[in-house]
Ligand binder design. Structure first.
Ligand code: SF4
Length: 409
């Protein structure tokens, strides 16, 4: 655990006296680092998600958070806002201009933030930076300062760690272009499932122009770079939605996320269950249960990893478009599977539709049956299949489990 005092101390001690282009560049003006600023700007990222519920929850303390790479590696990131001052009026956000309970406004200077980041990096506490921000007095000015921080890190101090940079709504194409050259991943928060839901959350942001259009800029930069075989934004573009801030259904959220995957090419969507913050216009709204966020991540997983079709997934929603607190894969199987499958003859895609069978265990089934037929449930259990869940949907050695109501005689 790295305390905020320790982070401040490391930054104050940081002299950058190594040889190379960074020599001496930050030696001048090593001021005291304000622990209260570290705390407020760290806490201000509470609405920014950098890991899903499939991973351990982030530390509640401001400072260092944990995220997971594509290959499942856990990485530590210094997670902070550049400024907690924001001219926007998002009704759920404690950084918003309309929040009556705002903490004191703080901003880093690019040099100060670069120094904190590099000192943590060189002390092996972090592998990267997750940098978000309020809009400050205007997006352009704040984005310029965020980019200056990242430029300092990359160009002056040869920082080769991971950088996830939030793109502020309404950022210019030039700024987005530069962010894409400097960062490993960029993201712009979608927040809401539609323009009308956005209007309920925030009157100062235009959903189409400030958000979707900026996401398309990023998409076009990425597709241009792959045409020119230039390596840019290796971790791609992601996005994030607040779940349940204004009555939107899970189906509406899911439809929007499908659009993001198909049309915008986002690598990941993240979900954050709405939680009311005191002093905000939404302070009296009901908090959303974490299970809702978790079930949306499961749906997301079924689409991205199991390659379920959108119309199959729709079986999981109730008549009002909401998920219940149960495994959506089980709900889909009950609705969509009309006969038990023989694991010796089912295709890989069919096996993936059986509750309790994941991509790895489906591969194991296919590998085993090439050598010999599968004749007992115990063989499946030995491969890591959750047999209690899977058995009612399978016919093994001519026998099927009769405990599932829908297939009882
Ligand atoms: S843009 Fe909205 S969500 Fe982001 S910091 Fe400002 S008020 Fe908060």
């Amino acid at each position: 655990m790295v305390t905020l005092e320790k982070i401040a101390h490391l930054a104050e001690e940081c002299r950058f006296d190594s040889s190379g282009p960074a020599q001496g560049a930050l030696q001048a003006g090593i001021d005291e680092v304000d622990v209260e600023k570290l705390r407020c700007l760290g806490e201000g990222t509470r609405h920014d998600v950098c890991a899903s519920t499939y991973s351990p929850r982030e530390t509640p303390l401001p400072g260092i958070c944990h995220a997971f790479t594509q290959d499942g590696r856990c990485v530590s990131l210094f997670k902070t806002l550049f400024t907690n001052h924001c001219s926007h009026q998002c009704s759920y956000c404690s950084n918003a201009a309309v929040c009556s309970n705002k903490s004191r406004a703080f901003s880093y200077t690019p040099k100060e933030l670069a120094r904190i980041t590099i000192s943590l990096y060189r002390s092996n506490y972090i592998e990267g930076l997750f940098l978000s921000s309020g809009a400050g007095r205007d997006e352009e000015h704040t984005t310029e300062k965020m980019l200056e921080t990242v430029r300092l890190l990359r160009q002056k101090f040869a920082f080769s760690g991971y950088i996830h940079l939030k793109v502020l709504p309404g950022s210019s194409r030039d700024h987005i272009q530069e962010a894409a050259k400097l960062a490993d991943r960029v993201s712009i928060n979608l927040e809401a499932a539609s323009a009308s839901h956005m209007n309920e959350i925030c009157a100062t942001k235009n959903y189409e122009n400030d958000i979707l259009q900026r996401q398309r800029y990023i998409r076009d930069i990425l597709s241009g770079s792959s045409r020119n075989r230039k390596s840019i934004l290796p971790a791609g573009q992601t996005t994030q939605l607040i779940v349940g801030a204004c009555g939107e259904s899970d189906e509406e959220i899911f439809q929007r996320v499908l659009y993001e995957y198909r049309e915008i090419g986002v690598k990941r969507a993240y979900y954050s269950a709405f939680s009311p913050q005191s002093g905000t216009p939404f302070e009296r709204k009901t908090a959303q249960p974490l299970w809702r966020e978790h079930r949306l991540y499961q749906m997301d997983w079924l689409y991205r990893i199991y390659h379920f079709q959108a119309d199959e997934i729709s079986h999981a929603f109730d008549e009002n478009g909401f998920l219940c607190n149960a495994d959506p894969k089980m709900a889909i199987a009950r609705e969509a599977m009309d006969r038990p499958l023989d694991p010796n003859t089912a295709t890989l895609q069919e096996l993936l539709r059986v509750p309790g069978i994941g991509p790895r265990s489906a591969q194991r089934i296919v590998a085993l049956r090439k050598r010999r037929p599968i004749v007992a449930k115990a063989e499946l259990a030995a491969m890591g299949i959750r047999i209690k869940r899977a058995a009612p949907f399978l016919k093994i050695n001519g026998w099927r489990d009769t405990t599932l109501e829908m297939w009882q005689a």
